[in-house]
Design a protein around this ligand. Structure first.
Ligand SMILES: [Zn+2]
Length: 87
């Protein structure tokens, strides 16, 4: 059985985090700007994976609502209401 999406993301998160620190430390140790720059690329990947992990978590949440809006429509409605009251 294949590991779940969250497990795969967590594995990649661990690998990327290790590579971030290894590249950052090695980059400073050998004065390599390329390694330091790539370490921040890895940090960007870590942040992207965290967003992906959050998205998987949200996608797996059970909800009683069938709107799937995260309240965006409510926010738009309230913004329009506030705007219309100013007129
Ligand atoms: Zn990358």
């Amino acid at each position: 059985m294949a590991p779940s999406k969250s497990t795969r993301i967590l594995i990649l998160l661990a690998i990327d985090t290790v590579f971030f620190f290894v590249e950052l430390i090695a980059g400073y140790a050998v004065h390599s700007l390329a390694l330091v720059a790539d370490s921040f690329h890895m940090l960007n990947d870590v942040i992207s994976l965290l967003v992906g992990l959050w998205a998987v978590k949200v996608a797996n949440q059970k909800t009683s609502s069938k709107m799937y809006t995260y309240g965006v429509s409510t926010c738009l409605r309230d913004a329009l209401k506030a705007y219309s009251k100013q007129q």
